[in-house]
Design a protein around this ligand. Structure first.
Ligand SMILES: NC(=O)c1ccc[n+]([C@@H]2O[C@H](COP(=O)([O-])OP(=O)(O)OC[C@H]3O[C@@H](n4cnc5c(N)ncnc54)[C@H](OP(=O)(O)O)[C@@H]3O)[C@@H](O)[C@H]2O)c1
Length: 289
């Protein structure tokens, strides 16, 4: 039996990885800092661990399973903890699949320097030198970012104020990222692979908002705001100035270019990636009041 530890199991992608691993027959262990709040399916063993407290990882990696065949790693914790955590993971696991970003893709959207990129580069270096067979998933813009970007305004009314409305991205459904992750966690043949994953369509931000309007059956009105206005207003909905600056820089650099689109999801999973309309339809309730 394939024993898989999912680190980041309560997050956008990790939750999907957990639910898609279950039908494969894998023995799934889900790590979280707050097991009581995890809300994961009952077949999943939920274990308590914190990447910044390396001594908590041994039990999660070894525990009752007698080892771990594969680890799915989401890293949003502080960079300083990465070295000790990776040492623990390398000691117990046989393969690792890391949720990274398109760090090497020569499209301006992916080439702006920022702390999140530096963190991912650091984690990749640690994984590459760990001796573990690895697979790096390199998804572009998550479709799920639309919840943080626009749901508060759409729940409150029909007007969406946003910068860079003409800029294109190719939002990817979290289920498609997870579907590739599950292949890499469960099958041989993915060691050393770096999968750049995108949704199927290059869509402007204006088209994405309109698509959400279609999904919820309500026309939405757009008001373009300047980057400086956005810098002030986005702090209300995004977690930190560093994230706001990262996005504004990436959008500014991408003006006038189609988004980078790959066929990797279909090549690995055999199924076409879900569209943004699929994603918005599935999440319509979260945009309604
Ligand atoms: N958003 C995008 O467009 C995009 C694009 C490309 C790549 N990415 C990358 O995707 C990753 C985020 O994935 P996501 O959106 O699925 O994550 P998420 O929804 O933000 O969830 C973060 C997960 O990490 C866990 N976590 C946080 N700190 C932890 C710690 N100290 N110890 C153990 N677990 C911890 C959380 O678990 P608990 O709170 O339950 O402990 C949670 O399950 C980031 O690395 C980001 O750079 C994002």
């Amino acid at each position: 039996m394939n024993r898989v530890l999912v680190i980041g199991a309560t997050g956008t992608v990790g939750r999907q990885v957990v639910s898609q691993l279950l039908p494969t027959g894998a023995q799934v262990r889900a790590m979280t800092r707050s097991p009581e709040a995890a809300g994961l399916p009952p077949q999943v063993e939920v274990v308590c661990g914190d990447l910044t407290l390396p001594e908590t990882l041994d039990g999660c990696l070894d525990g009752g399973m007698g080892g771990t065949d594969a680890v799915f790693l989401v890293w949003t914790a502080l960079p300083a903890a990465a070295g000790p955590a990776m040492e623990r993971i390398a000691r117990h696991a046989r393969r690792i699949v890391y949720l990274s970003a398109p760090l090497k893709t020569p499209h301006p959207f992916f080439q702006q320097p920022n702390p999140s990129r530096a963190l991912a580069e650091r984690i990749e270096r640690l994984i590459e030198t760990s001796g573990l067979p690895w697979t790096f998933l390199r998804p572009g813009m998550f479709a799920a970012n639309a919840l943080g970007f626009w749901a508060p305004q759409i729940r409150a009314g029909d007007v969406v104020r946003w910068p860079y409305l003409a800029v294109h991205t190719a939002p990817i459904h979290e289920r498609d990222i997870a579907a590739v992750a599950v292949r890499a966690l469960c099958e041989d043949g993915h060691a050393g692979a770096e999968y750049v994953l995108t949704g199927p369509q290059s869509l402007s931000q204006a088209e994405q908002v309109a698509t959400i309007g279609r999904a919820i059956g309500r026309p939405l009105r757009l008001e373009e705001i300047s980057p400086d206005q956005a810098r002030r207003e986005l702090l209300a909905v995004l977690p930190a100035p560093v994230v706001v600056n990262m996005l504004l820089d990436a959008w500014a650099a991408s003006i006038g270019q189609p988004a980078f689109v790959t066929s990797t999801v279909a090549e690995i999973t055999g199924a076409p990636p879900r569209t943004f309309l699929d994603w918005a339809t599935g999440h319509a309730a979260e945009f309604r009041t």
